[in-house]
Every structure is written in C-alpha cells, then in structure tokens.
Design a protein around this ligand. Structure first.
Ligand SMILES: Cc1cc2nc3c(=O)[nH]c(=O)nc-3n(C[C@H](O)[C@H](O)[C@H](O)COP(=O)(O)OP(=O)(O)OC[C@H]3O[C@@H](n4cnc5c(N)ncnc54)[C@H](O)[C@@H]3O)c2cc1C
Length: 385
C-alpha cells in the first residue's frame, strides 16, 4: 500500500518541491496550511488533499492529525515547515511579534511532533522531518527572533531523534539554505550559502569544479558548516579563499542595492565597496573554460598563507592571489599576460612576484610569500589540465 506523507506549513518553495517529490515517489499526500485555498494548484499537481491548520494552535493540530488519519491514513512521513519571521534592531522589536515567531517555530513544532510521534509509536515506524535554516545554527544580526525559533526547533528535533530512534522513528532537522542555481553561463550562489553547501553542490561541481574544491578545503568541518560565502566576502580577510575565486573568475557581487564587479569590490585589507547598510544577496560566477585554485594552507587553521586562483575565461586569463598581498587579494597581471600567450606552467616560471607589497608575519616573510605565489600559480595552471 502507498505510504502517506503530511506536510504541515505547505507553501510555494521547499515544501512544494517536497510535495512534488513525494508524489513522484507514489505517496499519498496531505498538505496543511493556514490558507489552504492557496494550495489548489499544488493539490491538482500532486493529487494532495489540503487541510486548514494553524500549527501554533493545539486544537487545529489535533484536528488535522485526526482528519488525516481518518481520510488518508496514519502518516508514514511528516514534515514540519511553518515559520514566522520578524526582524529588526533588538531595541525596536515588537515583543508580540517575537512571541508569535517562537510560538510558530518552537511550540508549533512541538505540537506537530507530539501528534506525529503518537501515531508513529502506534504504527511502529515513521519519519519526522523539521525544516531549519542557517539561522538554526547561527544568530544573524537583527534576526534574533528567527534564530531563537529555529534554534529551539533544532533542539526539539535533536531531543526527539534521541528518544524515538530506538523505536524505529527517524527524526531529522535539516538546513537547506542559500540557493545555488545555474543561470545561463553563470552559477549564482546565495549569500547565506555555507561553504559546505557549495562544496557538495552537484551544480557547482559540474560547472566550476575549482570552486567546489575551494569551498571544500576551507578551514575544517565546523567552519565549513557555519561560514557563508556572503560573510567571507564581506569580511574580506586577506587570507580568505573566496576572494581569490571571485576575483579570479571575474564574478559579480549582487547586493540589496546594486551589482558590483569583482574588480571594484575588494578595496584593501578587510575593506570592500559595501556601504554600511548594504547586504550581499548573491554572487554570480561566470563559468570558465577551465580553472583551478591551489593554496598553501596555514598548518593550524588552514587559512591560505598563499592561494592562487587561475582561470581561463571567455574574456581572457585571470590570476588572483590571496593570502600574500599586504592589501589583500590582488590580480597578478604579469602572470595573466604570460598565460595569455601560452597557457602552461612553464610560461610563468620566470615571472617574478615583487616582495614589495607582500605581507610579512610570524608565519611567512614577504620573500617567502612572493616565492610561494610562483609555486602555487604554477601548480594551479598545471591543475587546470
Ligand atoms: C578556524 C578557522 C579557519 C578558517 N579557514 C578558512 C580558510 O581556509 N579559508 C577561508 O576562506 N576562510 C577561512 N575561515 C573563515 C571562514 O570561512 C568564514 O567565512 C569567516 O570566518 C567569516 O565567517 P562567516 O562566513 O560566518 O561570516 P560572519 O561572521 O557572519 O560575517 C562576517 C562579516 O560579514 C558581515 N556579513 C555577513 N553576511 C553578510 C552579507 N550577506 N552582506 C553583507 N555583510 C555580511 C557580518 O556582519 C560580519 O561583519 C576560517 C575561519 C576559522 C574560524
């Protein structure tokens, strides 16, 4: 017999994609939302039955589970997706709105989790999924209510997972943040996309494998799960890896106000073209013919002591160096010229990198960094194949 899935908080984004997937897998579907009339098209597409439910109301949730059990069958899979978002400076937040955020995310999650668990314990199996956000693991500025709600939801899921796993009920909380999409000849990555998401994206691996590899070698697992492309670029740490990819690929940084070309974006150590109230929303990377990034990592933190991104693009060869310059990431125009004549490691073996302008610290002198730029660049060209 076909399995039954219930999505609470169904809408147009992730939950609709899940509904289509479950339908494709042959599952019977129930979709619940505060305004079920908005689900008409999705119901037609997926054969789902729509239910009205405010997940923050106990009576609604009780009635929903009773109706679904009676009309479609006890759910094998339940997805909890609702959230209410309010944001702003802490001094100006409306406590009523904050309470609503917590009530929907945490209390609603609990109500749905409890009803789902009762039915699943009775039937001896089930899967209960809670949709999170990067705010589930990281509190962003001016977003305390959403972070509180999502942290709480993750706590609920973790606790239920430990309690219910021995009883054959799989509970998970998952984060699908910052979209990655292909747009013509470019890969567009949302600002809040974590390094791990970029590193494991099929879309990125297919189009710009050098970018996926770069993200996969940032710091360690903890850093990759939390660090974001937007944070890394806005921070413009002189040893960060992403600035080399952005400059090396001639990417465009999109903000809530405008588009900024990579060549204009980086303006010195920890300094960018961003205005105080300007937020990066996404980054568009043109897909190169070939590209590679090679870094000499600091043995402790794995930051780039020197990292070189080389790309052969439709507009020519670009070489971007991070970790080495006293003013942060820069383009190595002498190498770009040499590689434009002949794209081979040999072509740059005699190109010198002046020590002047290199950083010098306890990890590496300016002379050593200048030397490493040449070595990393030759390795990167060779890695381009
Ligand atoms: C141990 C360790 C090892 C690391 N190794 C590497 C490495 O090998 N390579 C590397 O590249 N990096 C490395 N990093 C840096 C890491 O990858 C993070 O990207 C970096 O620490 C910034 O953190 P974040 O991405 O969480 O940004 P946040 O800390 O959230 O933000 C940084 C700054 O940018 C601002 N900001 C965030 N998002 C936006 C936005 N969308 N628009 C405008 N401003 C924004 C914030 O307000 C803040 O001022 C390492 C970090 C650590 C702690």
């Amino acid at each position: 017999m076909a399995e039954t899935a219930l999505i609470v908080g169904a809408g147009s984004g992730l939950s609709a994609a899940l509904a289509r997937l479950f339908h494709k897998e042959g599952m019977r579907l129930a979709l619940a939302a505060r305004r079920p009339d908005k689900l008409a098209a999705l119901c037609t597409q997926t054969g789902a039955r729509a239910y009205a439910c405010d997940a923050a109301e106990k009576a609604h949730v009780d009635a929903l589970f009773k109706a679904v059990e009676a009309e479609i069958g006890s759910p094998d899979l339940v997805v909890f997706n609702p959230s209410h978002r309010t944001r702003g400076p802490i001094a100006e937040l409306d406590p009523e709105e904050v309470l609503k955020t917590l009530t929907v995310s945490c209390y609603g999650g609990f109500l749905v989790g409890q009803q789902a668990a009762r039915l699943m314990l009775k039937q001896g199996h089930g899967t209960l999924l809670f949709t999170g956000a990067s705010a589930s693991i990281k509190g962003y500025a001016r977003s305390a209510p959403f972070a509180m709600g999502k942290f709480g939801l993750r706590g609920l899921a973790q606790s239920l997972a430990r309690e219910l796993a021995p009883q054959n009920i799989h509970v998970a909380h998952f984060v699908i943040d910052g979209g990655i999409r292909r747009e013509g000849d470019a890969i567009v990555i949302g600002a809040m996309t974590t390094h791990r998401t970029v590193a494991t994206s099929d879309e990125v691996a297919k189009a710009i494998p050098a970018l996926a590899a770069l993200a996969g070698n940032i710091g360690d697992r903890q850093v990759r799960y939390r660090g974001t492309i937007g944070g890394s670029l806005a921070n413009n740490d002189p040893s960060a890896c992403y600035p080399a990819a952005v400059l090396g690929l001639g990417a465009t940084i999109k903000t809530n106000k405008r588009s900024i070309a990579a060549d204009e974006f980086f303006q010195g150590m920890f300094t960018t073209a961003l205005e105080p109230d300007e937020l990066i929303t996404e980054v568009s990377f043109p897909i190169p013919e070939k590209a590679a990034y090679v870094k000499f990592p600091n043995p402790a933190s794995r930051y780039a002591m020197v990292g070189v991104f080389v790309a052969k693009t439709k507009d020519g060869v670009r070489v971007a160096v991070t970790g080495a310059g006293a003013d942060g990431v820069f383009r190595h125009t002498a190498m770009e010229q040499a590689l434009s004549s002949s794209f081979s490691a040999d072509a740059i073996k005699d190109v010198k990198t002046p020590e002047d302008g290199m950083s010098s610290d306890i990890h590496a002198s300016a002379a050593y960094r200048a030397h490493l730029v040449g070595v990393m660049a030759r390795r990167a060209v060779a890695a381009c194949g």
